[in-house]
Design a protein around this ligand. Sequence first.
Ligand SMILES: [Zn+2]
Length: 307
Amino acid sequence: MKRRKLINRLTGATLGSIWTSKYALALEPEDQKNEIKVGLITDLHFGNLAPDGIDRFKVFKKAVERERPDHVIQLGDFCFGEEPAKKLMNEWNAIQADKYHVLGNHDMDKDTKAEIQKFWGMKSRYYHFDQSGWRFIVLDMNHLKKGDDYIPYGNANFYLDSSMLTWADPEQLTWLDATLAESKLPIIIYTHQPLGHRPDSPQQRPILDLIKKHTTKFNRPKTRAVICGHQHKDWHLERDGVHHICINSASYLWKDGKPWPYTESLFTFMEIKNGALSLTGMKTTWKERPDGVQADPAISERHIALK
Ligand SMILES: [Zn+2]
């Protein structure tokens, strides 16, 4: 008995040190061996704006079964917490992979934040998890700022001037500071609303400053990429050594006060391997082409060196 305990302790210690040395090195440029694959879908808008949302999601689910990612994440504006969306949640729950949610603004059109979290089975509105040598941080930028008060979105209380919208609360920023500081792993941030495209906005600046503050001993940001949705657009930009990538909606472009549906569902698989972040591309057509839009409904195939 004593011997077994000792062996367990030794094994635990040995495994611990192997784990630490293998993954702690992941922040250094010569070690980019940790591979991970993620299934990403965003802005499905199941329900009124995408009546065929369930079919779009089923196409994603089928691709997930084929591609077998390490985790799956929906980046917000997923559904309302009402009866018809239960069939969507059944499809979601049937996916055989680790699954994560990000809160989008429209998820609080008909519910409080706590209600939609309960509907989804999402324990915390912001959180982190570590997988295969990477740290993933999920943010919640769904607060109104009125004076010094940060008010959570709920029951469509956020149809106000944009200067009041898309704030992260101070408690979350304190947590983010600590979570970035303690990480020995390279970091990917998931957020519904983009962070890099208006860097001087008072909403984005404090988060970008925290990302910039936490660097490795090689003076490069621990955060390698920020993945967002919300805009129903397809773009990539680099800011202060961090890659910001916007994933297009699974369903439509919003223009002139109405949705312009894509013929097929859009989603992507992100793979981090050999020091590069890759996204699989998808291109579809418009059911009806909106005037003045040059871009095709697509998610670009990308290969980004995480140097
Ligand atoms: Zn949104």
